[in-house]
Design a protein around this ligand. Structure first.
Ligand SMILES: [Zn+2]
Ligand SMILES: [Zn+2]
Length: 422
């Protein structure tokens, strides 16, 4: 009965918003895939640069299609099929992260944006009828992730809160700890491989893999969520260093959907990580016109190169993904990366400090060359004859050394990742 209510709810949302959900099936029958691609190609032509979050009626997905979706949902229900819908909401909180996962009437919230976004997140959850959160994950103590969490915790019943084992000396973080103790909650520390259930879905902890990092972002709690055949990875602000650890921890990273680390910065999304996850869909949560230049042009380019469908909260607002355990549908068409995007960010890229980046454009490489080779960190393997940038696909093992040390060992620059040479 509950399922029927949920389906009717989804159906009425579809009717109400007039949205047509777009299907994404990983490894689907090539014929049906090509139909989808055709639709999207047609969309490309008719959508202007300020991509509207809601597909217009002329973009190849007619209102008839959406009523067909609704029929399908109801047919599945009438057949007493065990289809349940898991919804993932990437809530637009400006520069920051906040993700709600809904499975039956169970809910998990990952982060809640900056402090002043707490109310927005609370209202969003209330509008969906959320009364209790089975889980809250505070990925790491930066304010654009945990800022809104104190107010959320004080507004809902919470079963479990998962946070990494690190403290931060900010008022925002202390207020979060106060809210946790006000509600007599105990913090659950993330342990790699630990599994939790959320309605018909489940998730496993994939990061952090160490206990001590220089950079708070690398403490980010990462999870892999599974619902039937559909899989999603969320990694907070985890950077290449943590991505490399995830690649080595033995958990299968292949997933349909990846919420990119660190708002699409070049400090995350290494080639080897993207190639291990091979997402069909990537999501960037960032604020429009943010001062960090997120997402970075290199990240956008990697998505173009790999033909990964990209969604961005800064351009498209709140993104909703529905998983029926086989197929993932979205409430809008993917963001279309234009030459304007790439040009704009190329022009501004040099003003952002991203010395950690795994892929750096030519201009930055020449800057590197003017630096002291004793200060430049490169990556080497145990036995290879080349040195690399962080995250290079050829790093079978990963040892950090200075460029000078690499040169002293007689190692040469990798031709794929083109690390600095002097
Ligand atoms: Zn962040
Ligand atoms: Zn952060």
């Amino acid at each position: 009965m509950k399922r029927r209510l949920l389906l009717i709810f989804i159906a009425s949302i579809l009717l109400f918003t007039g949205c047509s959900y777009i299907e994404h099936t990983k490894g689907a029958d090539p014929n049906s895939d090509s139909i989808i691609n055709e639709t999207l190609t047609k969309d490309t032509d008719s959508v202007n640069k300020n991509t509207s979050p809601v597909p217009s009626k002329t973009n190849g997905v007619s209102p008839t299609d959406s009523s067909k979706d609704i029929e399908n949902y109801e047919i599945k229900d009438a057949d007493q099929d065990s289809v349940t819908i898991v919804k993932v909401h990437i809530i637009d909180v400006g520069q920051g992260d906040s993700i709600l996962i809904q499975s039956d009437d169970h809910y998990m919230l990952i982060d809640a944006g900056e402090r002043h976004k707490g109310e927005l997140v609370i209202n969003y959850l209330k509008s969906l009828g959320v009364k209790k959160l089975d889980y809250i994950i505070g990925t790491h103590p930066h304010s654009d992730h945990i800022g809104g969490l104190a107010d959320v915790i004080l507004s809902f019943d919470v079963d479990k809160i998962i946070m990494p084992n690190v403290v931060h000396t900010t008022k925002t973080f202390e207020d979060l700890l106060d809210a946790i103790s006000d509600k007599s909650l105990k913090i659950t520390k993330p342990i790699i491989g630990n599994e939790f259930s959320l309605g018909t879905a489940s998730f496993v902890i994939i990061s952090p893999n160490e206990t001590d990092y220089d950079n708070l972002n690398n403490y980010s709690v990462g999870i892999k969520l599974t619902h039937g055949d559909n899989t999603f990875i969320f990694i907070g602000d985890a950077e290449v260093h943590s991505e490399n650890e995830m690649l080595r921890n033995g958990i299968d990273l292949d997933a349909d959907v990846l919420k990119l680390g660190h708002h699409g910065s070049t400090t995350s999304s290494s080639d080897s990580f993207l190639d291990a996850v091979t997402p069909d869909i990537s999501i960037i949560s960032a604020g429009e016109g943010n001062k960090y230049g997120h997402p970075h042009v290199e990240t956008l380019q990697k998505h173009l190169d790999r033909d990964i469908k990209l969604f961005r909260t800064d351009k498209q607002g709140t993104i909703i993904l529905d998983s029926d355990g086989k197929t993932i549908t979205t409430n809008m068409i993917p963001y279309i990366i234009t030459g304007v995007d790439l040009q704009f960010y190329k022009e501004t890229a040099n003003s952002y400090n991203d010395s950690d980046s795994s892929i750096i454009n030519e201009d930055t490489i020449s800057n590197d060359e003017s630096e002291d080779s004793k200060n430049i960190i490169v990556h080497i393997t145990r036995t290879g004859s080349k040195y690399h940038r962080a995250g290079c696909q050829h790093l079978k093992s990963d040892i950090e050394v200075t460029l000078q040390e690499a040169l002293d060992k007689g190692l040469g620059p990798c031709k794929t990742c083109k690390p600095p040479t002097a």
